[in-house]
Design a protein around this ligand. Structure first.
Ligand SMILES: O=P(O)(O)OC[C@H]1O[C@](O)(CO)[C@@H](O)[C@@H]1O
Length: 545
């Protein structure tokens, strides 16, 4: 579609944003008693309630016109066709191939992506079975009980999140995740591990990431010291696209599980990067995770725009960010098992959408990805929710609720859900001055006291949220949930015209770290005066007894 169509769609959204009452959500409910039902959509096991978003029927129409004009649904289709949608790096973004069943053939350019994927899955499955049945053991003959995944960013966050969400005490192995180059993290994890029973996975797409290589060296030295130099290899495997580097690190080729450059780091938990999940949760669980994601892929690729969950989620974000100017969004899973889900989304969304330049190199004329942060409810309520209820700028919230718990404490679960539902209600309805005054009067407060506290106790309301409801948390529903957000990110890339699959913004700090390391080691002087002064002070403090 020519840009003029997109310009016209944006102009209509800008016009709607200037209308009095834009963003007034209670008025939308007042105007339409069926809004809750009308704005609730389902796909697979997922229910998405957009009724408490600030999207009005007119805004939705304009947003759908924008989706058509920017070719957002077509962008997902181009991804699935293996086109080089990652324009700056001239690559496909074919994570959908990682969860496509055998028989569905997907290509990345000339390459038969599906053949590569199923070859790796078969190798991962064999390896997992051999570890579980004891065919593959540690150097002392002990069975592996623990898997330590060493990786960072996309080589850590997705698997760490899913392991936390899905692990149960009856699972075949325990999984541990080491990401930070801060060796306090290594020391803390190794204190929990028996090297004789630990399988170490070095997870790095590039196999050059400084943090991961440093931690891998620490882990190998730990294994060598405990078991002998020659035995360390029996405890190591690699998950990477860089087979030369894994060989140089000394990992035997049959211990290397590969993937291709058309798998972006933050979309890679379905690839060999997910091996820790297969080991810790069992192959069936990993397969169900993939199948869940596949279900969402099919929905995203085939559902009409007005019923397409990832697209609708993306469109609501466009309205909140561009129409109403809300610069952040909070993600609140009301399920402790999803404690790392916000961290996964932080990378998925902010590394993908934190761009000020469009895919064609021109400046993005509008705001793009918002700040994303979150914590599990109810903990968040006793932390940053004050700002979300009463801060000057609304922060839309994604509430994620799970209907059925996997524990026997029904009352705790009802309390948890009641809190999540109540937060969404409080954000929407707020509490006006009359209600506050009446409440205080009923409690016997003096008029002067009411006047003094009234401004502090008023809630404006009309603060947007969306609610995602899962029937239960299991590999299938988690796969659907993660893929929902992956496709939302891709849709936003298309809507904003930015490339959601590159991440040049992380390069500069990496480059400068080399120079600052030289300064810390006394081999060079830091160029930046503030860094030079801090390096000197660090040296002085570190030398103190
Ligand atoms: O898997 P690798 O190559 O070690 O990279 C880890 C992470 O580093 C980044 O490239 C940048 O932080 C992420 O995109 C990626 O997930």
């Amino acid at each position: 579609m020519p840009d003029t169509h997109a310009d016209a769609a944006w102009a209509e959204l800008d016009r709607l944003a200037r209308e009095p009452g834009a963003g007034a959500i209670r008025a939308l409910f007042a105007a339409d008693p069926d809004r809750a039902a009308r704005m609730t959509h389902r796909a697979g096991d997922i229910l998405l309630d957009l009724s408490r978003s600030a999207v009005s029927p007119a805004v939705l129409e304009a947003l759908l016109a924008l989706a058509e004009a920017t070719g957002a649904p077509g962008f997902l289709a181009a991804m699935a066709r293996g086109e080089a949608v990652n324009a700056t790096e001239r690559r496909a973004a074919l994570h959908m191939a990682l969860r496509a069943p055998e028989g569905v053939r997907m290509r990345a350019g000339e390459e038969d992506a599906s053949a590569a994927v199923h070859g790796t899955l078969a190798a991962m499955r064999r390896f997992t079975a051999q570890v579980h049945d004891g065919t593959l053991r540690g150097a002392t003959g002990a069975r592996f009980t623990d898997v330590l995944n060493i990786g960072i960013g996309g080589s850590d966050l997705g698997p760490a999140m899913a392991a936390r969400a899905l692990w149960t005490p009856v699972a075949p192995m325990r999984a541990h995740y080491l990401a930070n180059v801060d060796a306090h993290a290594f020391e803390e994890i190794r204190a929990r591990l028996d090297p004789a029973r630990t399988l170490v996975l070095v997870a790095s797409k590039t196999f050059t990431t400084q943090e991961t290589m440093a931690n891998a060296a620490l882990a190998r030295a730990w294994l060598a010291q405990a078991l002998g130099e020659a035995c360390a290899g029996a405890h190591l495997a690699a998950l990477s696209t860089n087979l030369e580097a894994t060989a140089a690190f000394g990992i035997a080729p049959d211990r290397v599980f590969g993937f291709r450059d058309w798998v972006g780091g933050r979309f890679s938990m379905w690839s060999a990067i997910g091996l820790s999940l297969a080991l810790a949760l069992g192959w069936e669980a990993f397969a169900r995770l993939l199948a869940g994601a596949r279900m969402m892929d099919e929905h995203a690729l085939t559902a009409a725009p007005g019923r397409n969950l990832p697209l609708l989620l993306a469109l609501a974000e466009v309205w909140h960010v561009n129409g109403l100017g809300y610069p952040a969004r909070a993600v609140l899973p009301y399920d402790e098992r999803l404690a790392r889900f916000p961290a996964h989304l932080q990378q998925l969304e902010m590394e993908s959408l934190g761009k000020a330049v469009r895919a064609d190199g021109t400046p993005a004329p509008r705001a793009t990805g918002p700040v994303v942060f979150g914590e599990p409810g109810t903990n968040a309520q006793h932390s940053f929710m004050q700002l979300i209820h009463q801060g000057p700028r609304p922060v839309p919230v994604d509430f994620i609720l799970v209907a059925r718990p996997d524990h026997p404490h029904a009352e705790s679960h009802r309390t948890l859900l009641a809190n999540g539902l109540a937060q969404a209600e409080a954000l929407l309805h707020g509490k006006d001055a009359a209600a506050v005054a009446a409440e205080m009067r009923a409690a016997g407060a003096a008029e002067a006291e009411i006047a003094r506290l009234l401004p502090h106790r008023v809630f404006t309301g009309d603060r947007p949220s969306v609610t995602i409801l899962l029937p239960r948390l299991d590999p299938g529903t988690l796969g659907q949930l993660v893929a929902l957000y992956e496709h939302k990110v891709a849709c936003l890339g298309a809507l904003w015209g930015i490339n959601p699959f590159d991440q040049w913004g992380v390069e500069l700090g990496k480059q400068l770290a080399g120079g600052t390391l030289a300064a810390l080691e006394g081999r060079a002087r830091a160029k930046d005066p503030a860094t030079a002064a801090l390096v000197a002070e660090i040296g002085r403090l570190a030398a103190q007894p």
